[in-house]
Ligand binder design. Structure first.
Ligand code: ADP
Length: 478
């Protein structure tokens, strides 16, 4: 099968979260199953720089709307995945975060930037394409490419089937009515069965409404988003499309995230050589200026600093966590308010708490390896990757029972299968109690080794997920 992956992020070049990881790893896993998957992604500076010799293979033009005519370039990723780069420097030549300007606010022309990406995706799947490779399926991801499904539906010549994967329903891509014309969509699209959403144009809704099938990144999240409480205003539409909606759990890049070969670590280790993990804890304490203590559990967090991730709840209980006693390391960036409050906490408890604001891939690896316990108190979590990394790194996670966290972490009270600690209500007390349980278990070396080894033995590779996606592609084509 020929599949076009349309995405606004792709690790290792451009990544703000889980979507980047998925786009960086799933195509190769599908290619290993003999499917011809190519990835369409904007030619951001990081990509242009990595592929200076990318060859232009087409220059699509549009008969309506105000979108510009971009270059379409071809390159090959180091893992062999063919890349199609949408080259339009005025839109994509901006360094840094793909969505936000230097002040941390959305770029004002995001509807055009991601409208163009979506339109090129749909063009490749239509009879208008001049490229000698035609996808059977256009696989879109999140709001940034949701409009591709609408273009395939409304514009003449659309022939590929479309699959829309929701990585996070909270980001909806809402723009005003005028953008309908700019983007070259017909007036007929402006209605409740189209792309209109309470007076706005919603890229997310366009995907949910018009894709031939919808997936999200865990079975539990697929159920949760059909409820009014967690459906972010889309529950009705998702219930309406329940027959076409399923959850496929993300995998992780097991080459990138492997404690036995991880080049970012002071000392590599495996489930048979768990005693070597301690060197990473000592190195992390040293790197971040914490007191060198092996008799205290070190709690680790790598996260966007947002309410979604429960980082406000964690902040509330942090002083009590430190009194357990424990040490705490936080790496993240997000809301200015939370960044500020976390910095203030670290300032007050220098020996016990370190907070690094920013995005630092290598440090994320060192925290996964150096911490004893990983914390993920998310209010909602479509899949979550960090708990999967932490399981694989022998760092049992404490998680709230939601979305993909509920599908991957089993509480230690399950004596045969437990691999972490799970709590229910999104409250400070429940979180504190779960971390307390984890620190007590950490002090029992026999129990702790069992939890660590079970987590490390979990198969989180992409193979399974790739099989499920391939089945779904097949179903769409038959
Ligand atoms: P989300 O996509 O909602 O942010 P996920 O857990 O699905 O959450 O994926 C987050 C990804 O981004 C993980 O690979 C995680 O390690 C990474 N990440 C998040 N924040 C940072 C940070 N500050 N520095 C380095 N990596 C980070």
């Amino acid at each position: 099968m020929k599949v076009l992956f349309a995405t606004s992020e792709m690790a290792p070049w451009v990544k703000t979260g889980g979507l980047g990881d998925v786009a960086g790893a799933l195509p190769a896993a599908l290619r290993a199953l003999d499917h011809d998957v190519r990835v369409l992604v904007p030619a951001y500076p990081a990509l242009s720089k990595s592929f200076p010799d990318a060859e232009e293979i087409a220059r699509p033009r549009w008969l309506n709307g105000l979108l510009p005519s971009p270059g379409l370039k071809q390159a090959t990723a180091p893992d062999g995945t063919p890349l199609l780069l949408v080259d339009y420097p005025h839109y994509y030549g901006r360094p840094g975060n793909p969505y936000l300007g230097p002040e941390g606010r959305d770029w004002l022309d995001n509807h055009l930037r991601f409208g163009l990406l979506s339109r090129v995706a749909a063009w490749l799947g239509s009879t208008s394409s001049t490229v000698d490779w035609q996808p059977d399926i256009v696989h879109c991801h999140d709001w940034q490419t949701g409009l591709a499904a609408a273009y395939l539906h409304y514009l003449p010549g659309g022939q590929a089937k479309s699959l829309f994967t929701v990585h996070n329903l909270a980001f909806q891509g809402l723009f005003d009515h005028a953008s309908l014309f700019e983007l070259g969509l017909p007036d007929a699209a402006w209605n409740i069965d189209g792309v209109e959403y309470y007076g706005y144009l919603s890229f997310l809704k366009a995907g949910l409404q018009h894709a031939d099938a919808i997936t999200t990144v865990s079975p539990t999240y697929a159920r949760e988003i059909q409820t009014d409480e967690e459906g972010m205003g889309m529950a009705g539409l998702l219930r309406h499309r329940a027959q076409d909606l399923s959850g496929i759990l993300n995998g992780i890049d097991t080459r990138e995230w492997n404690p036995a070969t991880d080049r970012h670590l002071r000392q590599t280790y495996s489930s048979r050589r768990l005693e070597h993990k301690a060197a990473n804890k000592a190195a992390l304490q040293q790197e971040l200026g914490l007191e060198q203590r092996d008799d205290l559990p070190l709690l680790g967090v790598v996260s966007r600093l947002t309410e979604q991730k429960g980082l406000d709840l964690l902040l509330e209980v942090a002083p009590q966590l430190l009194k357990l006693p424990a040490q705490l390391v936080v790496l993240g960036s997000g809301s200015h308010e939370l960044e500020h409050a976390w910095k203030a906490l670290a300032h007050k408890h220098k020996a016990q708490c370190a907070v690094v604001i920013g995005f630092d891939e290598a440090l994320a690896h060192r925290i996964e390896a150096g911490a004893d316990i990983f914390l993920m108190p998310s209010r909602f979590e479509p899949c979550g990757l960090n708990q999967l990394y932490s399981l694989r790194y022998g760092t049992p996670p404490v998680v709230r029972a939601t979305g993909g966290l509920a599908d991957t972490v089993i509480d230690a009270t399950d004596a045969r299968r437990g691999n972490g600690f799970v709590f229910g209500p999104a409250t400070a007390e429940a979180l504190l109690q779960a971390v307390h349980r984890a620190t007590l278990a950490w002090r029992d070396p026999v129990l702790w080794r069992k939890l660590q080894r079970r987590g490390m033995a979990r198969d989180s590779s992409w193979q399974d997920a790739a099989g499920h996606y391939a089945e779904l592609y097949q179903k769409l084509l038959s």
